[in-house]
Design a protein around this ligand. Structure first.
Ligand code: HEC
Length: 482
């Protein structure tokens, strides 16, 4: 199923666009081809590397974007403190070898992505040899002694900050509360959103969030809903509840999303009269605290030529059976459908069947023999027009095991647009392609999700639902138009 808004076919202009894009989108040089790559174990040093000689540079380049003071990893490991690094040298080497740090989910088979957070063999060898060789500090030079300022991390320019004037305390009738908050940017002309950063206030309850652009035609309706129940915003399980035609996802946040900048020269057009709605998913397992999460938005300078971005949404059915040995009513699909409809609204009753038919699937043929420990589902989406894709985002919840988005699967031209072999709920990035990917009309994009329902503490049959204990198989493709 594909859902494209404000889509303008780019058939004839495609070549022109690609030429323009290659000018505006900076990308790294290709790695040299040919020789098989050496692994870190193949690399030996004549002398033990030192902290000031080599180690600090590896940390500065690959770790400080998250581990400098004020960044998300500083609390877990303040790597700006030498003693911490020295004492943790073995752990650091081990995390580097296993790929646990820096966190980067896509596999090596993925099409090249921008800013991959991966260490090369030499970096890993340096950290390992240093840990094994007694962690010598070496002599600081003027250059290497410099403290890395967190400003080395690209900052989103906060041209507009979206934050409620009073905190919202999530509703605990459900363990998952979805709340929509309204913001009026009061633009008088089309303005292009070029980046954003989410700053969750109470990270332990903010599970994910979406920034929607709401078309001016739904503006009055949005204002009518706001604050109706005496609290900021309104309850909104099914997207914003303002009608699919009027809303477009222009930003997403989940744990692990760091500041987002759209490709240079592109942005999401926000027209005069449009408003923003920020939907926040609160999970109250840790409690219900007053929250005032904020989102900072960056816009293109007025008058600058910007190629508009558009979002396509991809979805696949969610049909996850109970693990072996578990039975009873909770393991029936009927129970699951009622469960979703009761909690998230009647639209969720039709959704499972709708997704099956939209994806040409049947329960009997495609979902009868699933193994709960690796229950999979997929949907083939046929591109309705030529598309230039600049980025991709995949989303599941906590039972997710792997996620894949393939272009023209099972053909010689197959490409892996997103390949996450080990799903981690805590690291869901919006990835951008190193070079834009062209998708021709008629091409197939296949979204596949795999779940492990033996991980669930209270196993039941699961269909598409909004709660953290429910599941989704969802992706967005960021497209560049004219
Ligand atoms: C994209 C952000 C990011 C980058 C880049 C990153 N880290 Fe982390 N790191 C985190 C976060 C967040 C945590 C805390 C969460 C956790 O423990 O899982 C963490 C935790 C750690 C911990 C403590 C782990 C534990 O479980 O005690 C160490 C050590 C660490 N990182 C080392 C590194 C090193 C070394 C690098 C660079 C080679 C690096 N990190 C790069 C985000 C990052």
């Amino acid at each position: 199923m594909i859902n494209m808004r404000r889509w303008i076919p780019v058939l004839l202009l495609l070549t022109m666009l690609l030429a323009a894009l290659s000018l505006v989108m900076a990308h790294d040089e290709d790695p040299p081809e040919g020789e098989p790559e050496a692994t870190w174990e193949d690399i030996a040093f004549d002398e033990v590397p030192t902290y000031y000689g080599q180690v600090k540079e590896v940390l500065d380049d690959h770790c400080m974007s998250c581990h400098a003071p004020g960044q998300i990893g500083h609390e877990g490991a303040p790597l700006d403190e030498i003693e911490i690094v020295v004492n943790g040298a073995e752990d650091i080497a081990y995390y580097a070898q296993t790929g646990y740090m820096p966190p980067w989910m896509p596999s090596a088979e993925n099409v090249p992505l921008k800013n991959p957070r991966v260490l090369n063999a030499e970096d890993i060898a340096i950290l390992t040899a240093w840990a094994e060789g007694g962690t010598p500090l070496g002599e600081p030079s003027a250059e290497t002694a410099a403290v890395v300022e967190p400003t080395a991390v690209p900052q989103v320019r906060a041209d507009m900050v979206l934050q409620q004037s009073e905190p919202y305390t999530p509703d605990t009738t459900n363990s998952d509360d979805y709340r929509c908050f309204l913001y009026d940017p009061r633009f008088e002309e089309t303005t292009y959103l070029t980046g954003y950063i989410f700053e969750p206030d109470r990270a332990e309850i903010v599970h994910h969030a979406i920034v929607y652009r709401i078309d001016q035609r739904a503006r009055a309706e949005a204002f009518a809903r706001d604050g109706q129940d005496g609290k900021p915003g309104w309850s909104c399980y099914n997207t914003t509840g303002l009608g699919g035609r009027y809303e477009e996802m222009v930003g997403t946040w989940a744990p692990g999303t760091i500041p987002v900048f759209y490709p240079a020269g592109t942005g999401y057009p926000i027209d005069a009269g449009d408003v923003f709605v920020v939907q926040i998913h609160y999970n109250t397992a840790a409690g219900a605290f007053p929250d005032q999460t904020q989102v900072s938005l960056q816009f293109a300078e007025p008058g600058k030529r910007v190629l508009p971005l558009l979002t396509a949404e991809l979805q696949a059915p969610v049909e996850i059976p109970c693990p072996e040995g578990v039975g009873g009513e909770r393991c029936t699909r009927e129970f699951a459908v009622n469960y979703a409809a009761e909690r998230y609204g009647e639209q969720f009753r039709q959704r499972p069947d709708y997704l099956l038919s939209a994806c040409n699937k049947t329960l009997a043929r495609d979902y009868a023999d699933l193994d709960a420990s690796s229950a999979s589902s997929s949907c083939d989406i046929v591109a309705p027009a030529n598309i230039v894709a600049a980025g991709i985002f995949g989303h599941m919840h906590e039972l997710g095991k792997s996620l894949r988005i393939e272009l023209n699967p099972d053909t010689p031209d197959a490409q892996l647009l997103l390949d996450i072999p080990e799903w981690d709920f805590h690291w869901q990035d919006r990835y951008q392609f190193a070079e834009p990917i062209t998708i021709q009309a008629g091409d197939v994009v296949r979204l596949t999700c795999v779940w492990d329902n033996t991980e669930s503490e209270t196993p039941r049959y699961i269909v598409w639902g909004e709660g953290t204990g429910d599941e989704m198989c969802f992706a967005t493709v960021m497209m560049v138009g004219f």
